[in-house]
Ligand binder design. Sequence first.
Ligand SMILES: Cc1ncc(COP(=O)(O)O)c(C=O)c1O
Length: 481
Amino acid sequence: MNDELFKKIYSPEEFEKNSLILLKQIKAHIQNTTSGKALKTLHWNEPEKELDFWKSFLENGENEDFFPEVIKRTTHTHHPKYVGHQVSAPAPITLLTAFASALLNNGMAVYEMGMAPSAIEKVVTDEICKKIGYESGFGGLLTSGGTLANLTALLSARKAKISNDIWNEGYSDPLGVMVCEQAHYCIDRAAKIMGLGEKGIIKVPAQDNFSMDTSVLEESYQNAITAGIKIFAIVGSAPSTATGAYDDLMTISKFAKEKGLWFHVDGAHGGAAIYSNKYEHLLNGISTSDSVVIDGHKMMLMPTITTALLFKNKIHAELTFSQRADYLLNDIEEDDWINSGKKTFECTKTMMCMHWYILFKLYGQEVFNQFVTRQYDLAKDFEKYLTENANFEMATSPMSNIVCFRFKEENYSNNQLNQINKNIRQELLEEGEFYLVQTKLNEKIFLRTSLMNPFTTSEHLNLLIAKIKKKGLEQLEFIKH
Ligand SMILES: Cc1ncc(COP(=O)(O)O)c(C=O)c1O
């Protein structure tokens, strides 16, 4: 046997040498991005060219160039001109928790494979439950993303509300879930994974501001009942993804209570507003929900991927994946927090709880009050600058830090304006100074920004407006000739 290879791979000296080099690169990256000194948020490359680069790098690249190339060839969420998708600029301390998790590699399926993280996860989820306003008997878990957490919540809902033992015996009757048509597609996907089919997703229409039109809840419910569907859950978005509109959770909660439905809140993006003294009112009613999802990697300054799934009654967390039938629900009283793997989709997961815990410990929950409030306030300022300018149209007034708008000009058709806005976004992508995305709402293409970075200021946003306007006017000239 030759152990020399493994001695080299696990050499502490080699590790120290490599990590000190990377730490310097990370430090420079944080400095250059957060200060806005770096000129670009991304260096755009066509997909095929990027693929060729990495194919060739495997054979010919210098080892020491690996990390610098990866850093250069990714989109920089720490740059204040990053206003793109809903992922955070992780607080640097959470790079270290990610690093420690990778080293220790305790998968947490059972207590002895993660004593500290199992306990830490309970402390963290209990803290969040209290902040939601759950009073006693609550509990939760951390899992790999909002998509998985929403699916888990709906499985819990089905177990709690449907008396047939579907887990063991399969479906007999058609079942359904109610959700606003603007909800994130993962709810739709979860329902499909659960075998509910298209007819099992009862899409409640949205109002003009893209939040659920609760005035048609009864009608949507009755239509589904008439079609023979047994509805077991209703989902409120807090907020929905495209426009950041919060559903009226209080009204949904009353409706759920009246009909005996499970009330789930998808707060993957904006559930973090429970920490904001100024904006927590957007979540009025959340304390009456049966379950809530909040992503750490969106509005809570953590790296991908970590999501909290919280239950008003922890029994449901224990039973989602258990073989026990729902009529036994109330028999379970013990708190089985030490066996995390029983409650989650994952058997093995990362020690993601450390990100939450270290932020709570070092900076206190106040950091989320300040962060959410700052970003939501900034969105209101951005709206003001946009509406002062005749060349811009808002999709709706922002309720969170997601702002959708488009360049417009009188006497141009919707098709023309759609093309102009698509071209603007493509040019911005290729230039790489700012990063933003686009979305289609009621057949109109809008530019979509999520103000995720704590260093983005009004100055950056006014610069972006000026850039878009210039590009828009150039496009108009181009069309004229
Ligand atoms: C409202 C909402 N729910 C769920 C998700 C999915 O979360 P994740 O990307 O963590 O799976 C998203 C993602 O953007 C979202 O905005």
